[in-house]
Design a protein around this ligand. Sequence first.
Ligand SMILES: [Zn+2]
Ligand SMILES: [Zn+2]
Length: 215
Amino acid sequence: MQVSGRLTEIVDSQGFSVFVPFSDTYLLEKREMTRFEIRLDDGRTISAQQRKHIYATMRDISDYTGYTPEQVKALLKYDFIAKTGSDYFSLSDCDMTTANEFLNYLIDFCLEQDIPTLDSLLERSPDISRYLYSCLANKRCALCGKKSELHHSDHVGSGRNRKEIMHLGMRAEALCRIHHTECHNTGQQTFDNKHHIYGIKLDKYLCEILKFKWR
Ligand SMILES: [Zn+2]
Ligand SMILES: [Zn+2]
């Protein structure tokens, strides 16, 4: 369900309140809905760089699937709209938030479908945490997109086996054999600084996937 509201109050450096006109308050009480996600629309329109990354990613998908770029654009825009409930939008003048969300969606699509890209998706991603998470979930190297191994970026004491250490809340990175080796050779901090990545905390969903399928 998507609703919109307007800003009513800003509390200095602490937060803000939003009023959402909504007549069906019975529904809120009955379902005990108390937490909401707010999408901030700052009124800025898509930037040249966002457009460049979106079109580059759609071109990679087109090259890989054999669909024309126009077909890829039409199919994926409608799929994105169906999945997110977004309004119809144009890449010539949509807002920045929609552009970022669509770009995230395209990047996830490439990771899920194992689609090779001309340059690293890390460079194109507007949301690095989300990208690093997606790499773990899809077992793709965060740096080059190749099939990855699980690397624990938190220090793990010796004498603990693989199964034991694969638990909730520990930070991990998805790295291919080559990048994984580089990481162990150079050390965590140097490696992370050089490539601008960091470990992502393993949540329930990731643990579930990794436990059974990670090689
Ligand atoms: Zn490792
Ligand atoms: Zn790699």
